[in-house]
Design a protein around this ligand. Structure first.
Ligand SMILES: C[S@@+](CC[C@H](N)C(=O)[O-])C[C@H]1O[C@@H](n2cnc3c(N)ncnc32)[C@H](O)[C@@H]1O
Length: 215
């Protein structure tokens, strides 16, 4: 799919593609929420797969504008909101919630808001945004709804599964893909090694797709 991606917006990558395959399987006829939509790649995947409705949220005005533009480009109807995670949809529930959140461990705990690093910086353990999604998703899922997340093994899939269980969702890793470190992970490899988040010399990361439902 050709997508307009202005500066400051995350260009769809391997993590997007891995998640898109699962989303396409679940989206047909369902009400879908894409959290942290970027260019709208996942929102448009859902629309193409025949979703009943697609809602997309991003913190960034540029991402909102890019997603609106890409919706028009592909003649797809996507409601796009600017805001922090579930805040713009606080009273709504969905059949499918999908997110490719920022998950790369970063130096400090303060997350960037106004630079493209907001797309990948996940706080010291990579889990700052991920944990918030795990904690809040159940309240926005319809009874037979499904949550689909992608992240790196570096931020520990078992923590995701346990956190979702605490929130009342049964979760499992349903897909994995091993990819070479991209530029951000390469630039942080030394820091990740020092923190014991990757073994010395490791330059491949495993991406996981986590699927969660009500127990
Ligand atoms: C890794 S990018 C994923 C973009 C797109 N979904 C994809 O898969 O190509 C993460 C996105 O989350 C957005 N984001 C980061 N923190 C957010 C927050 N608290 N609320 C909403 N969006 C957020 C970023 O602006 C960025 O567009």
């Amino acid at each position: 799919m050709i997508l307009f991606c202005p500066p400051g917006v995350y260009r769809a990558q391997s993590d997007t593609d891995l998640l898109a395959g699962h989303l396409a399987h679940h989206a047909g006829g369902r009400h879908v929420l894409d959290l942290g939509t970027g260019t709208g790649a996942l929102a448009l995947t859902a629309a193409r797969a025949g979703a009943a409705s697609v809602t997309a949220v991003d913190l960034s005005r540029r991402c909102v504008a890019a997603t609106r533009f890409n919706g028009l480009l592909h003649r797809s109807s996507v409601r796009v909101h600017r805001g922090d995670l579930f805040e713009p949809v606080r009273d709504q529930r969905f059949d499918v919630i999908v997110a490719n959140p920022p998950y790369v461990p970063s130096r400090g705990a303060v997350l960037p808001r106004h630079t493209v690093a907001r797309s990948w910086d996940g706080g010291p353990d990579g889990r700052a945004v991920l944990d918030r999604i795990c904690d809040a998703a159940a309240a926005h899922l319809r009874p037979d709804g499904v949550l689909l997340l992608v992240h790196s093994e570096v931020c520990d899939p078992q923590v995701t599964i346990d956190r979702l269980a605490t929130a009342g969702l049964v979760a499992d890793v349903v897909d994995r893909a091993c990819i070479p470190f991209g530029p951000v992970m390469r630039s942080r490899a030394g820091m990740l090694e020092r923190r014991g988040l990757i073994p010395p010399g490791e330059r491949l990361e495993e991406l996981v797709v986590v699927e969660a439902r009500r127990g």
